[in-house]
Design a protein around this ligand. Sequence first.
Ligand code: SF4
Length: 368
Amino acid sequence: MPKKATRRRRTPALVVPAIDIPTEATIVHVTEFGAFRRCRVAWSLSREGLYAIRRKPSMWLGTGIHTALAAYYRGQMEGQAADPVETFTIWHTTQIDRLTAEYENLWDDDLANLMKLAELGEGILRHYLDWSHALDKAWRVLAVEAKFARQLPVGADDHDPSKVFLVGTADLVVESGDGHAWVVDHKTSENLIDLRFLELEQQTTAYMWLLQPILGDRLAGSVYNSIRRRLPRVPELTSKGALSRRSIITTYSVYLQAIHDYGLKTKDYDEELGSLKAQTNPFFTRERVSRNEIELAALQTHMSMQGIEIRDDPDIYPNQSAMTCPTCEYAQLCKALLDGSDVADIQQRLYTHDPERRSRDRAESDDS
Ligand code: SF4
């Protein structure tokens, strides 16, 4: 008698309990703590929902990649294939159409740059799929872009209007083969994440703190899904009809493809192919981060202290610094506030109001 096929049990999606946040409570988003420490002027403008129309290219690209990966992993969770490159193409076409229609003059000279970024995003996602395909089989997706909230131990009485809630949207929650759960954060950046930074990184810990009551001991930590904003280089063909031996940052599959495309012999490039095969991928990495109870408790204390400051109407003053100001999206407005220029005019021409963007924008700290 033929054996009955055994169906692999599907892990149910994570049920995120609804949290009743009183209207008078203070809500602090996970990404706000860093922004508050960096510069209170920039933090308060973003909290008011004011944003530059002309966004940093890295933010624009990061948001598009997050959108595409959300669709891709949602498809995995629901058992329906979704192509992230296609999602990204639809996203950037809609974005570019909207921006050019709304800000025709402002965006004229930026259109070519946006098109280049769109091409870069599609390339990044194609290579990501190539790299992540095998790795993704090691986990099951439990939740995608799920919103979590937890009350900080500040004004702990249920009827206390001075309560402070931490909220955050996790890119992914996954289960590894051993049954442990991980909260995954996609990060697009110029270079791959520096491991020394992860030891102290606060946002990752904050997500773990948010998910702790829901997942308990099942929660093993965070996965930092680092995505570089660069494409592998294709080796050049020299005038002698061979591949250039100049050192480039690329991958095994791109190099091999170039050999085939130029009609060359793989055996002439054994050494290059061998070392590319042995290298770790220079464009993507997944780093696991765990935090112990002491670290989570320390973070809770520090977030509570900052939560109280934010709740209690903090003084707002600029933190002018060569590190933060050159890339600050409020630089023009800030300068006007400081030098007496026409603030209203600058605000009207260069900024827009979007109170929802903070919760939608998953690329907020993507510029590392
Ligand atoms: S330009 Fe500098 S001081 Fe002004 S808001 Fe931005 S970070 Fe703060």
